[in-house]
Design a protein around this ligand. Structure first.
Ligand SMILES: Cc1cc2nc3c(=O)[nH]c(=O)nc-3n(C[C@H](O)[C@H](O)[C@H](O)COP(=O)(O)OP(=O)(O)OC[C@H]3O[C@@H](n4cnc5c(N)ncnc54)[C@H](O)[C@@H]3O)c2cc1C
Length: 408
C-alpha cells in the first residue's frame, strides 16, 4: 500500500489529503501538525467573527472521518522527526506548513509596533503566542489587504457585535478595554491597486460605533472596490473615527523618550505628513519563520509551479507560493498537486515503507479521537455569546486529552 505524509493540517494540507484519497481511497495518508489541533489558519488566523468561513472545517472533518486520513498532532517536523526520515518512511512527503512570520516593515523596532500575525495569534489563543499587546490611542493599521480589514473591523467592533464569535473571554475583555481614540487604515498603493475584497469593505458598513472617512479616492469608473469604498465614506453610526488613506508610503517612525511610537511620517499625496500614532499594526504580508529551510527548498525546487521540489517531495499552499491566496485558492492548487503526486507515486516502483512507525516511542501524539475530545470540550465550555472557548496552552491541551483517555 502506498503511503503519503502531509506536514501541516491547514487548508492546503487537508485539501491535498482529500484529493489523494478521492483518487486512491486505499492509500495511507498521514497528516502531521506541530499543534495538538488541526486546521492551521482557519483556527488561528481567519477572524473570530467569520464563523461562516470557518465552516470549511466540516469538509476537512470528513477527510479524517470518512476518507480515512490519519491525524498526528503535536508532531513537529524538524524537531520530533526529520525530513530525511520522513522521506525514507513514505512514498511521498508534502510540505504544507504555511508561513507564520510577519513580513518586515523596514521601519525599525519601537514599542507599540505590532505585526498582524503576532496580534491575531494572541487574539485567537494560539498556544505559542505572546501576551496580548497594548493597543491604544491613535491606531494605524498598515496594509491594503483583507488581513488589515480583519484587524480594523475587530478593533472597531463593540462587544454586542462580537456575539456568536469564538473570541475567548480574555481577548473579549482586552478588546473592550483598549483605549482606542481613532483607527486609520493606510496603504502605500493608490486605492485602485488595493487588495481588499469588496465584500469585506461592504461588511464594514454594518459597524455600529464608527464615523468613517475614505480619503484619496479616485472616481469609481465601474471599479467594484472603489464603489464599495465610496459607499463607506461618510458612514456615521457612532463616535469612533475610522479613516482610510491611500498612496501613503511610510517613511519613518517617531518615538517618545521611552521608545514608544508617537507618530508615523508618511510620503503621501499631499507630500510629507506626520500622523499621530500610538500603535502601528503592520498587516503587510507574511514570511517564512526561518524553519525547515523553506527559502532554499523552494529556490532549488525541480518544478516549483507544480509543487514538486524533488522526487517524492512536494510543497503546497502558502509554503509553496508565498503568503497570497484564500482558502478556495488553496483548494484548486492542492487538488492539482494531489493528482501529480498520485501519478508520480504510481510511476515509481513500490517499496516497503515504515510510515508512522518511525515516530519516536513515548512521544505524545494527539490522534483524531484526541482532537475530537478537545473539540467537544471547547464547544461545551463556550461562554455566553460565544460558540467556543479555546484551550490556550499546549500543556492544557495535552493534559486534557490524556485525562479523558485515562478516565475511559
Ligand atoms: C489573519 C488571516 C486571516 C485570513 N482570513 C481568511 C479568510 O477569511 N478567508 C480565506 O479564504 N482566507 C483567509 N486567510 C488566508 C488563509 O488562511 C490561507 O490561504 C490558508 O490558511 C493557507 O493554508 P496553508 O495550509 O498553506 O497554511 P496554514 O493555514 O498556515 O497551515 C499550516 C499548518 O502547518 C503547521 N505547521 C507549521 N510548521 C510545522 C512544522 N514544522 N511541523 C508540523 N506542522 C507545522 C501549522 O501548525 C498549521 O496547522 C487568512 C490568513 C490570515 C493570515
Amino acid at each position: 500500500m502506498r503511503k503519503v505524509a502531509i506536514i501541516g493540517s491547514g487548508p492546503s494540507g487537508c485539501f491535498t489529503a482529500q484529493g489523494i484519497l478521492k483518487a486512491r481511497p486505499d492509500w495511507t495518508v498521514d497528516v502531521y501538525d506541530t499543534l495538538p489541533v488541526p486546521y492551521g489558519l482557519v483556527r488561528y488566523g481567519v477572524a473570530a467573527d467569520h464563523q461562516g468561513t470557518k465552516a470549511i472545517t466540516r469538509q476537512f472533518e470528513r477527510v479524517f472521518e470518512r476518507q480515512g486520513a490519519r491525524f498526528f498532532g503535536n508532531v513537529t517536523l524538524g524537531r520530533d522527526v526529520t525530513l530525511e526520515a520522513l522521506r525514507a518512511a513514505y512514498d511521498a512527503v508534502v510540505l504544507a506548513t504555511g508561513l507564520s512570520g510577519d513580513r518586515d516593515h523596514g521601519l525599525g523596532r519601537a514599542e507599540g509596533v505590532i505585526g498582524a500575525g503576532e496580534l491575531t495569534r494572541a487574539l485567537y489563543d494560539h498556544p505559542d503566542s505572546g501576551r496580548l499587546p497594548d493597543v491604544r490611542g491613535d491606531v494605524i493599521v498598515l496594509g491594503n489587504g483583507n488581513v488589515a480589514v480583519d484587524v480594523l473591523r475587530l478593533l472597531a467592533k463593540t462587544e454586542a457585535e462580537l456575539q456568536d464569535s469564538d473570541l475567548g473571554a480574555e481577548a473579549s475583555a482586552w478588546l473592550a478595554a483598549q483605549p482606542i481614540d481613532s483607527l486609520t487604515i493606510l496603504g502605500r498603493s493608490p486605492a485602485t491597486a488595493a487588495r481588499f475584497d469588496p465584500v469585506m469593505i461592504r461588511e464594514l458598513g454594518k459597524l455600529r460605533g464608527v464615523r468613517i472617512r475614505v480619503a484619496d479616492l479616485p472616481e469609481a469608473d465601474g471599479d467594484r472596490l472603489i464603489e464599495a469604498l465610496a459607499g463607506l465614506d461618510g458612514l456615521a453610526t457612532g463616535s469612533r473615527p475610522v479613516t482610510f488613506r491611500f498612496g501613503c508610503r511610510p517613511a519613518e517612525i517617531e518615538t517618545d523618550a521611552a521608545g514608544r511610537i508617537r507618530a508615523l511620517r508618511v510620503e503621501g499625496p499631499q507630500g510629507s505628513e506626520v500622523l499621530a500614532c500610538d500603535t502601528l499594526i503592520t498587516a503587510i504580508g507574511f514570511c517564512c519563520d526561518g524553519s525547515l529551510g523553506r527559502d532554499h527548498l523552494m529556490a532549488t525546487a525541480e518544478d516549483p509551479e507544480s509543487g514538486r521540489i524533488a522526487a517524492g517531495l512536494y510543497a503546497v499552499g502558502w509554503f509553496r507560493r508565498g503568503p497570497r491566496g484564500t482558502i478556495p485558492e488553496n483548494r484548486a492548487e492542492s487538488l492539482a498537486i494531489a493528482q501529480r503526486i498520485v501519478e508520480d507515486v504510481e510511476a515509481a516502483a513500490p517499496r516497503a515503507r515504515a510510515g508512522a512507525g518511525i515516530l519516536p516511542a513515548g512521544h505524545q501524539i494527539v490522534d483524531w479521537t484526541g482532537w475530537k475530545r478537545l473539540d467537544a470540550h471547547e464547544l461545551a465550555a463556550a461562554i455566553a455569546g460565544r460558540c467556543r472557548t479555546k484551550i490556550t496552552t499546549r500543556a492544557e491541551m495535552l493534559t486534557l486529552c490524556r485525562e479523558k483517555e485515562d478516565a475511559r
